[in-house]
Design a protein around this ligand. Structure first.
Ligand code: PHE
Length: 342
C-alpha cells in the first residue's frame, strides 16, 4: 500500500498527530456545549487525571525516544494552555447566559410584592385612642420615670411604710429606697410638685409588679393615669368624665357604674365598670384626691379638689378586641399582631 497512514496506523504512533486530533475534537465538542455540567464533563475528557486524552499524551512522554520528548512536550503544553483558555472562556459565557435567562424570567405583568410595613401594637392603638379622648377634653399628656423613689410611688400617695396597701402591689425593689414603679400615680406627685393648679393630665407609661403571669396578669404592663385639680371639682365631674370616656372608647351604647373601692390616695374611691352590651367589666380605679396627697405636695385641700383614675391598657385593649389572655399582647407573635395592621 502506498498510503503511509495505513502502513503506520494512527495508533498514536505519532503523538504530535494525536495532539492535533484531540485539539480538533475538543474544539468540535466545545462548539456544541450547552450547560455547566457538560463543561466539567468536557474538561475531564481532555484534562482529567484518569481518562483525559491530553493527560495520556503527557503520561506517554517517558516512553518516547529522548530526542522526541522536547517537541512532543512542547506541543502538549501548547495544547493544554489552549484548552484551558477555551474552557475558561466557555465558563464565563455560560455564566452570562444563565444570568440573562434569569432576567428574562422576570414577568413584569405579575402583581408587585408589597414590602412588609409592620403596624402599631394593639396597646399603642388603644393608648392613642385614650389619649385622643382626654386631650380633646383639655388634658395634657405627661410622662415620668420607671425607676422611682419610694417617696413618689408610696409615701406621698398616702401609703406609709407600714401600710397594708403596700402588699397589694408586690414591688420590685432595686435597693435602698429605689424601685420599679408599681403604678403611674407617682407622676401625679411629680406634676403637682412642679406646677400650680389648676391642672388636668393623663400619664401613659409602663409599670412593674412581682406578679406571676396568667391570663389577667403580667409582671410588666402599661397603665394610663388621669388627674384633674381645680377649685370645685366634684364626684359628679368624675362620673361624667369617665362615662364619656367609656362611651367614646367602647361605643355610645355603653353604660357605666361606680362600685365602692379602696385606694389610699383617693377618698372616696371607686371602681368603674363598663357594659358595652356583653356584661359588666371592671375598667379602672378612681376617686377624689385624698387631702393628705394635696398636703404632701403643698396644695391647700381647703381650696383645691380633684379626681384621679388609673387603668391598665392591656385590660382595655383586651376589652376592645375581645382578647381572653393578655399575655398574648406581650409575646410579639407576628400572626397575632398582623391583625391590627391598618
Ligand atoms: N394606681 C392605681 C392602681 O394602680 C389606680 C388608681 C389611680 C386609682 C388613680 C385611683 C386613682 O391600681
Amino acid at each position: 500500500m502506498a498510503d503511509e497512514a495505513h502502513a503506520q496506523p494512527a495508533t498514536s504512533a505519532d503523538p504530535i498527530d494525536e495532539i492535533d486530533r484531540l485539539r480538533r475534537d475538543f474544539e468540535a465538542e466545545a462548539e456544541k456545549l450547552g450547560d455547566p455540567a457538560g463543561l466539567e464533563e468536557l474538561r475531564a475528557r481532555y484534562l482529567g487525571r484518569k481518562r483525559g486524552r491530553l493527560t495520556a499524551v503527557f503520561d506517554g512522554l517517558r516512553q518516547l525516544p529522548t530526542d522526541r520528548r522536547g517537541a512532543v512536550g512542547k506541543a502538549a503544553n501548547l495544547a493544554r494552555r489552549a484548552i484551558e483558555a477555551r474552557l475558561e472562556e466557555l465558563e464565563t459565557a455560560l455564566a452570562t447566559a444563565s444570568t440573562a435567562a434569569e432576567t428574562r424570567r422576570l414577568d413584569v405583568t405579575l402583581p408587585g410584592r408589597r414590602p412588609e410595613t409592620g403596624s402599631l401594637h394593639p396597646i399603642t392603638l388603644t393608648l392613642q385612642e385614650i389619649e385622643g379622648v382626654f386631650t380633646r377634653m383639655g388634658y395634657k399628656i405627661v410622662e415620668g420615670p420607671e425607676v422611682e423613689h419610694d417617696f413618689y410611688n408610696f409615701e406621698a400617695l398616702n401609703i406609709p411604710r407600714d401600710h397594708p396597701a403596700r402588699d397589694i402591689q408586690d414591688t420590685l425593689y432595686l435597693g435602698g429606697d429605689w424601685l420599679l414603679r408599681t403604678h403611674t400615680s407617682p407622676v401625679q406627685i411629680r406634676t403637682m410638685q412642679a406646677q400650680q393648679p389648676p391642672l388636668a393630665i393623663i400619664v401613659p407609661g409602663r409599670v412593674y409588679r412581682r406578679d406571676t403571669p396568667d391570663a389577667t396578669h403580667t409582671p410588666s404592663f402599661v397603665q394610663c393615669e388621669g388627674l384633674i385639680v381645680d377649685r370645685d371639682i366634684t364626684m359628679a365631674d368624675l362620673k361624667g368624665t369617665l362615662d364619656h370616656f367609656a362611651k367614646a372608647l367602647l361605643g355610645a351604647q355603653t353604660r357605666t357604674r361606680l362600685r365602692p373601692g379602696y385606694f389610699p390616695f383617693t377618698e372616696p374611691s371607686a371602681e368603674l365598670d363598663a357594659n358595652a352590651g356583653s356584661g359588666w367589666i371592671e375598667m379602672l380605679g378612681c376617686g377624689m384626691v385624698h387631702p393628705a396627697v394635696f398636703e404632701a405636695v403643698g396644695y391647700d385641700p381647703q381650696v383645691w379638689q380633684g379626681f384621679a383614675f388609673g387603668m391598665g391598657i392591656d385590660r382595655i385593649a383586651a376589652l376592645r378586641y375581645g382578647i381572653d389572655d393578655i399575655r398574648i399582647l406581650y409575646e410579639n407573635d407576628a400572626r397575632f399582631l398582623q391583625q391590627f395592621a391598618a
